[in-house]
Design a protein around this ligand. Structure first.
Ligand SMILES: Cc1cc2nc3c(=O)[nH]c(=O)nc-3n(C[C@H](O)[C@H](O)[C@H](O)COP(=O)(O)OP(=O)(O)OC[C@H]3O[C@@H](n4cnc5c(N)ncnc54)[C@H](O)[C@@H]3O)c2cc1C
Length: 499
């Protein structure tokens, strides 16, 4: 931590311009320190490039000057969904806003989101005859996340409908509803549509966007209030003084050391999240006294196929998986519809080796049914091909048929798209990987950062995956919109009152 005295007194100080050559700037922009981690792999079903604009001044080498010390009303660190939305709302309140993003493009994990926008009472749902209210959505959240923070979940539930309407006003398109609480984005391109819509707004509002610029350290004054941050580029570091700072650096799912520290069962796993999500904001905030909470709330995606040759993951489909997952003895290990909560069942196995088994009839329920699959006419052949015990697998499939007829199995599964009684049969080896983390800087309902005693840290706000918001990872993109908006408005008001 660096403590600066009297930032207000430093306002209007002479600004030293450091002229950098196009050549050195381009060279600096070419490297992304976070992207070079060993043992990482990219998700073949969603890449960062999709739907975002290629960057930008810095990457093009057209930015001619970097200032050693600068000032602004609001500084946003991190250019994913939460950062972009908070910058938009801070700027809409009249604040001067700088947004720094360490990667060459905006979007982070947000641009990878594809298929689900959880919400209630949006105009789209009402027009399509869905009558569920925010109160109903809250009840649903509390049933799904019994340890979640009810006050925060209420803020989310009440904000999702207006957030969906706001996104639609800005060009995001939905093409259906799924159940009472889900909008289906057009072409399963939620993240890229949200990123493009936000980018347009940011440009219209004149937000100063600086990519390839990493926040490294928060600055505080003598009273402990946050007054800016040090940032670094390929060409060195400089200081941005700000009346308030919004931390929106995402989670730490792409930093396996941190993942292992907070949930050792996931030690050594790869990730399908943005390589920029390495917990920088958590560290910066902790260094100035912020409390980190809910740090073991993580989403590890179990339904992935890992291609050794291309070092890439393919998402097979998490929700309503039609098949069964068996170990090498052919035994099922839990409710396949537990989504991310299924991963611990795999991690508990000594060899961590499982296969997803499905048949011709059920493959249409998967996103990528043919990727990495062994296909055989009979169960016995499939067992031979994969090394799964044949008797065990035959018995698991027979038991599954009985459960399908009864409508429930011993693990509490109630959805059976098929009873798996007929071949051909498919088997895909699963390799779980980290998708997101949902613990971080403790915040209150105003998104103000709190210290370990629960006191507000003046001038610091947080939203999105880096926030310890008690939402348990419920509806992350809507969370970006709802809490990003709150952070932007409050940070702008704080800046106005404290400039
Ligand atoms: C494959 C996948 C599918 C998903 N599908 C869905 C879905 O269907 N529906 C849904 O609601 N959610 C989904 N999610 C989750 C959702 O996309 C994210 O949880 C959420 O959008 C995170 O937003 P964020 O702004 O907190 O973080 P991010 O979008 O990750 O943004 C954080 C940004 O901060 C930057 N950053 C980090 N450190 C620094 C630093 N020191 N200085 C400057 N910048 C920094 C990062 O580079 C990154 O760009 C999915 C996630 C993944 C990975």
């Amino acid at each position: 931590m660096r403590t600066e005295k009297g930032k207000r007194g430093l306002k209007r100080i002479g600004i030293f311009l450091l002229i950098v050559s196009m050549l050195t700037l381009s060279a600096g922009c070419a490297s992304d320190e976070a992207g070079g981690q060993a043992g990482t792999a990219s998700l073949t079903t969603g890449t960062q490039e999709a739907g975002t604009r290629a960057d930008e001044t810095a990457a093009a080498g057209t930015q001619e000057a970097v200032q050693e010390e600068e000032e602004t009303d609001v500084l946003v660190i991190g250019g994913g969904g939460a950062g972009m939305v908070s910058a938009i709302f801070a700027a809409s309140e009249g604040a001067q806003v700088i947004l720094v993003e360490k990667q060459g493009i905006l979007g982070g994990n947000t641009v990878m989101a594809k298929g689900v926008f959880g919400c209630s009472a949006s105009s789209y749902q009402i027009e399509n005859g869905i009558t569920a209210t925010a109160e109903d959505q809250l009840a649903n959240y509390l049933a799904t996340y019994p340890s979640g923070d009810e006050d925060m979940l209420r803020i989310l539930a009440e904000g999702t409908g207006p957030a969906a309407d706001w996104l639609m006003d800005n060009g995001v398109e939905f093409e259906g509803v799924s159940g009472d609480f889900t909008l289906v984005p057009k072409n399963h391109s939620l993240g890229s549509m949200v990123t493009s819509a936000c980018r347009e707004q940011l440009d219209e509002l004149g937000v100063d966007i600086r990519t390839n610029t990493r926040g490294t350290e928060l600055l505080t004054d003598d009273s402990g209030a946050v007054i800016g941050a040090v940032v670094s580029t390929g060409d060195g570091e400089y200081t941005i003084y700000a009346d308030s700072v919004i931390m929106a650096t995402g989670g730490f799912s792409s930093n396996n050391e941190m993942v292992a520290e907070y949930d050792p069962q996931y030690a050594g796993l790869g990730f399908i999240s943005s390589s920029g999500n390495t917990g920088d904001g958590h560290r910066m905030a902790e260094e100035i006294g912020a409390a980190l909470v809910y740090m073991d709330v993580m989403k590890c995606n179990p339904f992935l196929y890992f291609d050794e040759e291309t070092s890439s993951y393919t998402m097979l489909g998490t929700y309503a998986n039609p098949g069964i997952v068996v170990n090498l003895d052919g035994q099922r290990i839990g409710n396949e519809h537990a989504n991310y909560y299924f991963s611990p069942n795999i991690m508990a196995l000594e060899d961590k080796t499982v296969y997803l088994i499905y048949n011709e009839e059920s493959k249409g329920f998967l996103e990528a049914p043919d990727v990495g699959a062994a296909v055989c006419d009979s169960v016995e052949e499939l067992a031979r091909e994969t090394g799964i015990d044949a008797e065990g697998l035959l018995s698991a499939i027979a038991d599954f048929a009985v459960s399908a007829a009864a409508g429930e199995d011993e693990f509490g599964r109630t959805l059976f798209q098929t009873d798996l009684s007929e071949g051909p049969y498919y088997a895909v080896k699963l390799t779980p990987a980290m998708q997101g983390t949902f613990g971080g800087i403790w915040i209150d309902g105003e998104t103000r950062a709190l210290d370990t005693e629960g006191n507000v840290i003046p001038g610091l706000y947080a939203a999105g995956e880096c926030a310890g918001d008690g939402l348990w990872g419920a509806n992350p993109v809507p969370t970006d919109c709802v809490f990003g908006r709150i952070a932007g408005i409050n940070a702008a008001a704080y800046a106005k009152n404290n400039s």
